[in-house]
Design a protein around this ligand. Structure first.
Ligand code: ZN
Length: 754
């Protein structure tokens, strides 16, 4: 209705004026409209396709606002994986002018180390506005690119976008569990992959409408979606314990010439929290695609081109594999502790009075099963059968449990299911179906001593923990907490009991029995002075490989915990295919010392103080005091109070020099030498002789005669035995100052546990 309202008279134009105005408008307007009309013709008809693409690219150019990827910390807040800011160097080909093409190709190629041809190819995609030339460029290089852009007036043609890069400050530490990310910052392996969503957060987005020239339209055309920052993972892993574990495992893998890698899991047996988990050989998380093993890398280099990429990919997969959860192995004699626990729990016999006779072999279901001791162990108690690791005795013990019960306990201890640990690709263990097991007359006999079925290392350490903690099978886990970007707790993991497998009484008995396995049995080499270590050794042939026995293909292992009366750590050590000769190829010789060294390092770290027996106190390590310049009598008293004997050289009234030097550890009762005026400490150096293979007494004699002190470590039997031999020492063949303290590790050599 309004439109039809008559315009009031007073606003009507004078007709003449109106006509003039119209004429002028037409003339000027049209003249001005010509270039615009031509441009419109060009845009809408001639360059239609190209411009439509440009419009899509440009008029709503959207920016992803990448949230920071969360960090991964150990249980004490030590960063294991973190992201740092980097930049991506891009070109906008549609903005690159012809005269600048060569400048850009040359400049970026030399600054970024990118092939010039690749840059030229990317710049040729003239309808594009954003071609990535190089990602993850660090600040130093990015600053040079900025300078290059300014100097050559390349704004809009070359630009930088913010991005982030993942760093692993400890290199290879915990590589098989942390995993790594791809260039797009998406987790590819390990925890980075399992918790990718938690760590990566949700990207925010700003969508901006732009003119065809790429100029942003005013803000009201912009839409912003909030980014959700990535959350942090706090692991149950203790970085220090992980270091201890990796150090000792790596040494064992090298020393024992392990062909198929080895692994260790350290768990809090009371909660199922993983304190450390390692596989060696491993890889550098900052260079995950490079082959870390020199031999493997060199072998790859020799391959013809057509075989190379396949072989490289296999080598990468194999170094990334987490042996502790992805691989299965025959547990061998370590499994005997479960057979023993079943018998105790089922009251299958009186464990105090029942005797088991071994005459060297036993016939079951048409097979002859031999004991590792030729001629047999004779009559043994239940505990002795375990200490001897006697197969015929364990067949009888398994029989007493009964096949049906035995199988039920195999399941209850978790050997038939994945543990559900928060990592990818957990294997399940390989146990016969009940039907196949029941139909085979010898199946249970062989299962009783841990053969013909396979378990994973994580299943084994979890089951061992149940014997340690009062009978509870715990769910193993690696994440203790998830926090947001402000550090506030979002989620907290709690210890999860899967089920109670045995009673607290059975658990207590097994703790005591397993301690005896270390004190008097095949586990001696896991002994640690001052700490009560419990555990069992195992050596198993790789039966599923043809001629495994002839080829010497074995797996050696040790599983245990400490302290035996109040376990704080459970440890499983597994070494796959040791290369040493048969007499040394034993879990008791190779794997037990690894566990012992780990426990010796970890318990003090966990605040568990050593408690020495009277006998241990006699040889416990003491710290050499500083007595230089002291009066002779004062120095003598100080040294004796520290637990050392004293020898005085010279006639002076005060100490001018001392050996060993202050601060080093030596066994109590070591003779300290005090030099006085007129008696010079020998200034010479000495060559440390090798004592490998010698008894402790002989080794001490050799080293003392050479002018150095010996500090024995490793297995020590209270009753003394000729089977104790030096297996490792410091500085053999090296030149050291007179009076240096040399560590020598002794191992029991008669630890047969096949
Ligand atoms: Zn026997």
């Amino acid at each position: 209705m309004e439109n039809k309202e008559r315009v009031p008279f007073k606003y009507r134009f004078n007709r003449t004026i109106l006509i003039r105005a119209l004429v002028l408008t037409v003339i000027f307007g049209f003249a001005m409209f010509i270039p615009l009309a031509m441009k419109l013709y060009d845009i809408s008809i001639q360059s239609h396709d190209e411009l439509e693409q440009r419009a899509l690219d440009q008029q709503t150019r959207s920016y992803a606002i990448t949230p920071g990827r969360g960090s991964i910390y150990d249980r004490n807040g030590v960063a294991l994986a973190m992201s740092a800011s980097v930049e991506t160097v891009c070109v906008s080909p549609r903005d690159v002018t012809e005269e600048k093409e060569a400048v850009i190709a040359d400049g970026l190629s030399s600054l970024l180390g990118v092939n010039r041809e690749i840059i030229v190819e990317k710049m040729a995609k003239k309808n594009r506005a954003n071609e990535k030339i190089k990602e993850q460029v660090e600040k130093e290089t990015a600053d040079k690119v900025r300078e290059f852009i300014n100097d050559n007036k390349l704004t809009n043609m070359v630009f930088l976008e913010p991005a982030s890069k993942r760093y692993y400050p400890n290199g290879s530490l915990a590589s098989n569990i942390l995993g790594f990310v791809g260039v797009e910052n998406s987790g590819l392996m390990g925890l980075e992959a399992v918790y990718n969503k938690t760590l990566s957060g949700t990207p925010g987005r700003t969508v901006t409408a732009r003119t065809a020239d790429g100029v942003p339209l005013p803000e009201q055309y912009e839409m912003y979606y909030d980014a959700q920052e990535g959350q942090n993972l706090i692991l149950t892993i203790d970085e220090t314990i992980q270091h201890f574990v990796e150090k000792h495992l790596e040494t064992a893998v090298i020393e024992n010439k392990i062909a198929k890698r080895g692994c260790v899991i350290a768990m809090d047996p009371n909660t199922g929290a993983i304190l450390a988990m390692a596989t060696k050989g491993d890889f550098d998380l900052n260079e995950p695609f490079s082959i870390a093993d020199d031999e493997v890398r060199n072998a790859l280099g020799m391959l013809p081109d057509e075989e190379y990429s396949q072989a490289l990919s296999e080598a990468q997969q194999s170094q990334w594999r987490n042996k502790a959860i992805n691989d299965t192995y025959e547990p061998g004699s370590v499994f005997k502790v479960f057979t023993a626990a079943m018998a105790l729990e089922e009251n299958s016999f009186n464990p105090e009075s029942k005797r088991f006779v071994c005459d060297g072999s036993v016939h079951v279901g048409g097979h002859t099963i031999r004991c590792h001791k030729a001629g047999g162990h004779g009559s043994q108690t239940f505990l002795e059968s375990l200490l001897h690791s006697c197969n015929p005795a364990f067949i009888a013990i398994g029989n007493a449990v009964g096949p049906e019960n035995f199988y039920k306990y195999m399941k209850a201890f978790g050997f038939m299911d994945a543990t559900g640990i928060d990592l990818q690709g957990e294997a399940k263990g390989i146990v016969s179906s009940y039907e196949a097991y029941a139909a085979d007359a010898s199946a249970q006999a062989v299962y009783s001593f841990g053969q013909t079925f396979k378990v994973t290392p994580i299943q084994m350490v979890t089951a061992l923990s149940s014997l340690a903690n009062g009978g509870y099978l715990m769910k193993p886990h690696l994440i203790s907490e998830v926090t947001d970007s402000e550090g506030r707790t979002v989620e907290k993991a709690e210890a999860t009991v899967v089920r109670q497998v045995v009673s607290s009484e059975t658990s207590a008995t097994m703790r005591a029995y397993m301690e005896q396995c270390v004190l008097q049995g095949t586990g001696s080499n896991a002994y640690v002075k001052g700490y009560r270590v419990a555990g069992k050794t195992g050596t198993s042939q790789k039966r599923d490989i043809p001629d495994a026995s002839e080829k010497g293909l074995y797996v050696v292992s040790f599983g245990g915990f400490a302290p035996a009366d109040n376990p704080q750590i459970a440890v499983l050590v597994m070494l796959d295919e040791p290369g040493l000769e048969r007499s040394q190829r034993m879990g008791g010789y190779m794997a037990a010392p690894v566990a012992g060294k780990i426990i010796a390092d970890v318990l003090p770290h966990l605040g568990v103080a050593p408690q020495y027996t009277e006998a241990e106190a006699m040889t416990v390590d003491v710290t050499v005091p500083f007595v230089m310049n002291a009066a002779i009598n004062d120095a003598k008293r100080t040294a004796e109070q520290a637990g050392l004997k004293v020898r005085i050289v010279g006639e002076g009234a005060s100490v001018t020099d001392q050996l060993p030097v202050a601060g080093v550890f030596v066994p109590a009762n070591t003779e300290m030498i005090l030099y006085t005026a007129g008696a010079e400490k020998p200034a010479d150096t000495v060559i440390v002789p090798s004592v490998i293979g010698e008894t402790p007494e002989k080794a001490n004699e050799i080293l003392t005669n050479a002018g150095v002190f010996m500090r024995p470590i490793g297995a020590q039997t209270l009753a003394g035995t000729s089977a104790l031999k030096a297996a490792w020492q410091e500085s053999a063949g090296e030149e050291v100052p007179f009076g240096t303290v040399i560590q020598v590790e002794f191992r029991k050599t008669d630890v047969r546990d096949e």
